[in-house]
Ligand binder design. Structure first.
Ligand code: SF4
Length: 210
């Protein structure tokens, strides 16, 4: 089991956004920055810099690494709050935008909670989503439906990783316009430039390689 490839927590959100995006990033190692990803990175760098501290009975730990081999997940929590009296763990995920109607952010948060549960042999009842744009903490109860949805996404991402395949592009205007990989993906034209990107990575001088 030691050589099972752990799924990065970020891959779950990439998959929920677009399975093709997830495959391009995690199977093909493609990456490109756009305004949205750069702003997200900046936010996480600021969050990660804080020192651990204790205030009013709560311990705050930042950039906490988690690994859950049974689940097959690993990653980093932006912030972990620990109630020193009850021993309750509460993951906090920082997001660039504002609360969304869909489940993408809640799935990532729930996966963090599942990692903590496996590592600490405990139950994590709730997490927090903190939105930069609205400056709001949004408590999330991690109930059975979101747990089941999260486990289903983990299984789907595992299948995608194992297949090594990249799903075909399906143009969705709103998502594709905000996607940093749009130039590599070319969803409207149906021309996949990711193979060219891979070739450039392996053989940047175009000499044909080994
Ligand atoms: S451009 Fe659209 S189809 Fe292509 S990876 Fe991004 S979201 Fe998916």
């Amino acid at each position: 089991m030691d050589d099972v490839r752990l799924i990065p927590l970020s891959a779950l959100q990439h998959y929920a956004y677009c399975p093709r995006q997830c495959a391009l990033i995690h199977n093909e190692q493609a990456w490109a920055e756009n305004w949205f990803t750069a702003q997200g990175q900046q936010l996480h760098q600021r969050v990660d810099r804080g020192e651990p501290e204790t205030r009013k009975g709560i311990r705050y730990e930042r950039a906490v690494l988690v690994s859950a081999p049974q689940l097959g997940l690993s990653g980093k929590l932006d912030l972990l709050e620990i109630d020193l009296q009850s021993g309750q763990f509460c993951p906090v995920e920082y997001k660039r935008g504002r609360a969304k109607a869909d489940d993408w952010d809640r799935i990532q948060l729930c996966a963090q909670a599942l990692c903590l549960e496996e590592m600490k042999q405990t139950t994590v009842e709730q997490g927090i989503l903190w939105y930069w744009q609205s400056r709001r903490r949004e408590p999330q109860i991690l109930d059975e439906p979101i747990r089941q949805r999260t486990l289903a996404v983990i299984a789907q991402v595992r299948t995608l990783f194992d297949s090594g395949q990249t799903p075909a592009a399906r143009y969705q205007a709103k998502r594709c316009k905000a996607c940093s990989l749009i130039d590599l993906c070319n969803p409207k034209l149906g021309k996949d430039r990711s193979a060219h990107y891979r070739q450039q990575l392996l053989n940047p001088d175009g000499t044909g390689g080994t």
